[in-house]
Write a protein that binds this ligand. Structure first.
Ligand SMILES: Nc1nc2c(ncn2[C@@H]2O[C@H](COP(=O)(O)OP(=O)(O)OP(=O)(O)O)[C@@H](O)[C@H]2O)c(=O)[nH]1
Ligand SMILES: [Mg+2]
Length: 310
């Protein structure tokens, strides 16, 4: 009879798997932090508010623990149908997670939006964690006061101060979460970092470039969909995407003078998609006017959002 294979102590430890939702006001750095925790770009980031529109998962291993991070849209007072769907999806992400991390932008502190979220946090049954982000922008005494104030508002199991941008404090958060994750089998293969299909990541990357290049209302009046994805015989990929806008005037701005704007957006998106999939990419962007895309259930389905009835 064969001897039992000796196992190292590491392998005797139970496997753990934890779902961790990151919630907070728009622009506090949730997506930047998810990317930092995963160690790869799985979700898009921009200097503008309301960049993330749906739940995006990023997966990381820490020892024997698998951590499934759920990036959520920023929570704010919604006006349009799309806003309402985004905010609803953020709270649903929180309710479904084992651990909910509330992110506060240390520079803005407890502003009106953070205050409203703190007020509703009691409805969430999951363990709660407070993360003060953007500590690179703030002096220590202000951080301590902010941590104290937030802890007075909700029962947080722990408080961390990080900079998602510089990576400061990220390792500590990950280690803490790994220890907190419930025992259980891993939900994804060990080397998986995202559960989004490449075509939706590709749409998001183009949308990120739109957000970075367009201003005022325009980013919020547009959405991007990948219509086709063809692997070509020479190993390259041909991708066709549509950018929907609401007005002809918006279409003109997206195109830019003699097509310069759309060309630049396309070039930036193509370079980044090619890098991620490690294949040459031919990206074709079409800009279509669809006045009511913000009230079209099909567009919501493409984004992975529930369509609010009103
Ligand atoms: N200085 C500094 N900037 C940061 C930090 N983390 C994120 N940012 C910046 O904050 C802005 C917003 O970052 P996002 O990660 O898109 O924020 P978000 O919370 O996901 O925003 P929404 O998806 O719109 O809710 C970007 O310009 C980031 O570069 C940080 O630790 N320090
Ligand atoms: Mg985001």
């Amino acid at each position: 009879m064969a001897e039992p294979t000796p196992t190292g102590k590491e392998n005797d430890a139970p496997t753990r798997c934890g779902f961790v939702a990151l919630i907070g006001a728009p622009n506090v750095g949730k997506s930047t932090l998810v990317n930092a925790l995963v160690g790869s770009k799985v979700t898009i980031v921009s200097p503008k508010v309301q960049t993330t529109r749906t739940l995006v998962r990023g997966i990381a291993m820490e020892g024997r623990s698998q951590l499934v991070f759920i990036d959520t849209p920023g929570i704010f007072a919604p006006r349009r149908r799309l806003d309402r769907a985004m905010v609803t999806s953020a709270w649903s992400g929180a309710h479904d997670a084992d651990i909910v991390a509330l992110l506060i932008d240390a520079k803005s502190g407890i502003d009106e939006e953070a205050d409203a979220i703190l007020g509703r946090l009691g409805d969430v049954a999951s363990r709660k964690l407070l993360i003060l982000n953007k500590v690179d922008l703030v002096q220590k005494p202000k951080l301590l006061a902010l941590a104290q104030e937030a802890n007075g508002r909700a029962p947080f199991a722990a408080t961390f101060m990080v900079s998602a941008l510089t990576g400061d404090g990220i390792g500590e958060v990950k280690a803490w979460l790994a220890a907190q994750a419930p025992e259980g089998p891993w939900h994804y293969p060990e080397d998986q970092i995202s559960d989004a299909p490449l075509r939706s990541l590709a749409s998001e990357i183009t949308r990120e470039k739109l957000f970075n290049r367009l201003h005022q209302e325009l980013p919020y009046r547009s959405t991007v969909e990948t219509d086709s994805w063809k692997e070509l015989r020479d190993g390259s990929v041909r991708i066709e995407q549509t950018i929907f806008v609401e007005r002809e005037s918006q279409r003109k701005i997206v195109l830019g003078k003699s097509g310069q704007s759309i060309k630049a957006i396309g070039a930036e998106a193509r370079t980044e998609i090619a890098k991620i999939i490690d294949q040459p990419v031919h990206l074709f962007l079409f800009v279509k006017v669809r006045e009511d895309w913000g009230d079209d259930p099909e567009r919501f389905r493409e984004m992975g959002l529930e369509f609010p009835k009103e």
